[in-house]
Design a binder for this molecule. Structure first.
Ligand code: NA7
Length: 542
């Protein structure tokens, strides 16, 4: 028969993506009991849900992988430089099998609420299947891009054709052969799926509100010698990842984009463009992320590329972003701009002709109606906070996390929030998370949280919670670093700007994963400085 959900555990974990999987493994090593709830039918999180055609990671496979097990590193065979969604999901499944994770994971189960009981210092976690679990610790391993959003236009349920969202793609393959397809959204999911859909559909119309900056991925199969080289050098590479800015080792820039000749700069940008690596362009000069004039040089370079590739000058112009390069998440693509040279592909600039409504037959903009057999929503996510605030989380005094964060998320280190004792977030707002190679950030957070729980248990401490002053100082620090950058100049999901009514706050920590790790380690080394630790309550169960 089906396994019973345990009534009481040390740790309740929400989500079985890379975060929840590794956390479960760590907790078991510490002989703690844990239960993991996962809404999907299998592990993988982002890579379980985002099955749209062309879905790939934009960090190289050998870097976008767990480092916690040398055996895993050595035995796993990556096929492509930038693996496809099926390849990454296969990796996640392999990890689940290899570490026997599934026996503590309850799939098809969504956590709906979690309430802190001050008397017992425990969390009561509830699911949509009626489970109620009491846990000493609650860890939200819910991901940063997991609560999807649809466009805010009337008539979404009116359309009679087939409807898809890139983040809820069907399990079975979809074939758009012979169909008239509309894609709404040109973030990474749109940029990756549009070339593939264009190759199948009779006719494809892309609705673009904001263009993306995209670089060619130059994806290819990995050669045996480069895989062997990587495996031989993994320890040094992992160390470099952890100390880097983006969780990907780079050669630090030494020059301003404004102190070199146009020829030298163009050559450097050209090399980055040819390399198929986003960070190579983002970090080509010291000041691209902080100085508008310097940034303009990269912006103009990409604009030139777009005009070289796209034959119709008006389409090319519409594809050129106005906001500074890198201030919204840039994309890696395979034939994205080239796709607009196809006869069956049309671009609609929603800045000129906004969507008025979805109709029975398709999409109506201010310029008229477009008829479709299928609409693909590539409209993204309520990023970083959506997956947290859409669970009814109640901390001390029954206070809701959603209300507490109504003016923007407030965390200490992006790991925990005042008023919510013994609750941790993996890659929460206020951590580098979305500005980094996620696997590097995930491992660092999981290790820090597991070590913190170990520390509490060794010292007979029942609760950990940020002091409000430490949290205020961290929020100020995150804001200050953000204010040194150009990020606030774009209407991005980093700023919450893609969701109407969401407060405009720059949510990630932009100081780099290496600096961030140092801060987290210092806090722990100083006895969890900035946290109040209390030994009231029941203490560890063993
Ligand atoms: P993104 O990057 O949030 O992209 C969503 C796209 O959908 C973006 O172009 C949005 O335009 C567009 N959008 C959203 N709402 C609307 C409405 N109402 N009307 C028209 N267009 C809309 O999500 P993705 O799934 O592509 O990628 C998420 C991340 O995954 C990506 O950054 C990588 O890190 C991996 P906007 O820019 O808001 O004007």
């Amino acid at each position: 028969g089906p396994r019973a959900v345990p009534g009481t555990v040390d740790v309740a974990v929400v989500g079985a993506g890379f975060s929840g999987m590794y956390l479960l493994h760590r907790l078991r090593e510490m002989n703690l009991s844990a239960v993991v709830f996962e809404a999907g039918a299998d592990v993988g999180g982002t890579w379980y849900w985002n099955r749209y055609p062309g879905a790939r990671v934009d960090v190289e496979s050998l870097a976008y992988s767990f480092s916690f097990s040398e055996e895993l590193e050595q035995e796993y065979e990556w096929e492509e430089r930038y693996p496809t969604q099926p390849e990454i999901l296969r990796y996640a499944r392999h990890v689940a099998d290899r570490f026997d994770l599934r026996r503590d994971i309850f799939f098809g189960t969504r956590v709906t609420a979690a309430a802190y009981d001050e008397r017992d210092a425990t969390w009561l976690v509830r699911t949509d299947r009626g489970d109620a679990v009491t846990a000493r610790f609650l860890v939200m391993a819910t991901g940063c891009l997991s609560f999807s959003k649809l466009p805010e236009v009337p008539g979404l349920d009116r359309f009679r054709g087939a409807t898809f969202h890139t983040a809820h793609w069907p399990q079975e393959d979809v074939d758009f052969g012979g169909m008239r397809v509309g894609v709404i959204g040109t973030g990474s999911s749109g940029v990756q799926s549009i070339p593939v859909i264009a190759g199948q559909a009779a006719d494809l119309t892309v609705f673009q509100r904001t263009p993306a900056y995209s670089l060619p991925a130059r994806n290819r199969r990995l050669r045996p010698d480069e895989i062997a080289g990587m495996k031989a050098g993994y320890r040094a590479f992992r160390k470099a990842q952890r100390e880097s800015g983006f969780g990907v080792p780079t050669v630090p820039a030494t020059k301003s984009a404004l102190e070199v000749s146009d020829e030298e700069r163009d050559a450097a940008f050209e090399a980055a463009w040819e390399s198929g690596s986003l960070v190579n362009l983002l970090t080509a000069y010291t000041d691209l992320a902080v100085d508008l004039e310097a940034n303009d040089t990269a912006k103009r370079f990409v604009h030139r590329k777009i005009h070289q590739i796209v034959k119709d000058p008006r389409t090319a112009e519409d594809l050129c972003p106005e906001y500074p390069f890198g201030t919204k998440r840039p994309c890696l693509d395979t034939d994205y701009y080239e796709t607009y040279n196809r006869d069956n592909v049309h671009l609609v600039n929603l800045r000129r002709t906004p969507i008025v409504e979805i109709t029975e037959g398709g999409v109506r903009t201010s310029a008229g109606e477009y008829a479709f057999d299928a609409i693909v929503y590539a409209t993204g996510f309520d990023a970083m906070t959506g997956a947290l605030t859409n669970v009814d989380i109640r901390g001390r005094g029954g206070v809701s996390l959603k209300e507490t964060w109504s003016a923007g998320p407030r965390t200490y280190l992006g790991i925990s929030s005042a008023g919510f004792p013994n609750m941790f977030m993996i890659t929460g707002p206020g951590s580098p998370s979305v500005l980094s190679n996620m696997v590097v950030s995930i491992e660092q957070h999981v290790d820090w949280v597991a070590d913190a729980i170990g520390h509490l248990d060794r010292h007979g401490i029942a609760t950990i919670e940020p002091e409000p002053q430490a949290q205020d100082a961290w929020v100020d620090h995150v804001n200050l670093i953000g204010s040194f950058t150009l990020y606030p100049k774009a209407n991005s999901w980093y700023m919450g700007a893609n969701v109407p009514g969401k407060p405009r706050v720059f949510m990630p920590y932009a100081g780099g994963v290496g600096e961030y790790r140092k801060k987290c380690d210092e806090v722990a080394a100083r006895g969890y400085e900035g946290f109040s630790l209390s030994s009231a309550g029941p203490g560890p169960r063993s």
